[in-house]
Design a protein around this ligand. Sequence first.
Ligand code: FAD
Length: 294
Amino acid sequence: MTQGHGRSMRELIESGERSFSFEFFPPKDEAGEEQLWRAITELEPYGPTFVSVTYGAGGSSRDTTVRITGRIASETSLTPVGHLTCVGHTREELEVILDSYAAAGVVHVLALRGDPQGGPRAEWTSTEGGFTYASELVELASPRFSVAVAAAPNGHPASSSLEQDAIALKAKQDAGAEFAITDMVFRASDYIGLVERSAAAGVTIPILPGIMPILNLGQVNRMAELSGHPLPDEVVERISRVSDDPVAVRAEGIAMAAELCEALLAGGAPGLHFYTLNRSKATREIFAALKITV
Ligand code: FAD
């Protein structure tokens, strides 16, 4: 799938110019919707390669994802990537959602398996007539859509080995995935390890590291634990040194994220994917620290 200027997303990411992208989630109410559009408007001038919108567990948030990505496609200069998961969907339902993405002008999707209700560590049960692995959704969506997939820097919590994940990523590439985005990375060495294992399994698509600045240690630690891996000790220790001063925690979190971004790019990352939590300020502060201007 090519962009307006004739290059595929994979080519754009690999072109040597660094790729920057921002991730949002579907807002729950009107105030959340206003906050999201403020963040989008404030980040649009940075000219990201793409922006993505997550796909939730419930019905209305799922419709919101398609609506928001469609609005981004029609009302902004940005390229939206709509997330889609296999959770609770039959193949036919997934085809209908892909049709609604296409009708809304969305040509890029992030194809995910999604998590069972009990979280990433709970046992996965497929919906009757649905899929077991993200690779099957990649196959369904590709090549009609330009398809991205997920990768776990320290292994998926349900995987028996890191090699199993590398083989799963290769299967997603073989099914048509153009590039991958990782879960939150907190150490450049974790990302580099993932890239090396993936390359050894034959993965050649670009892998973008996911960046989540730590502005609130408790919140990010809970998110990290949920995705199967607690924050590295050295990260917790550095933030803990200033933990009684919220302003200092924020400053340290931004500084650490900027250092991580530099180390990732120096280590060969083809770009950076920012988890924005629908706010622009932290990303803009990291960009300022990296001397990236509008
Ligand atoms: P898969 O690639 O299918 O992998 C799941 C497990 O199956 C892994 O253990 C893998 O090793 C194994 N596996 C895969 N293929 C095979 C195979 N052929 N044979 C044997 N084992 C196999 N969740 C949401 O609900 N909504 C979102 O919007 C969302 N966005 C995300 C965005 C990013 C960038 C990331 C990194 C994650 C996101 N997630 C989201 C979370 C994601 O849904 C979970 O991590 C989920 O548990 C795994 O999804 P996956 O697509 O990686 O699954």
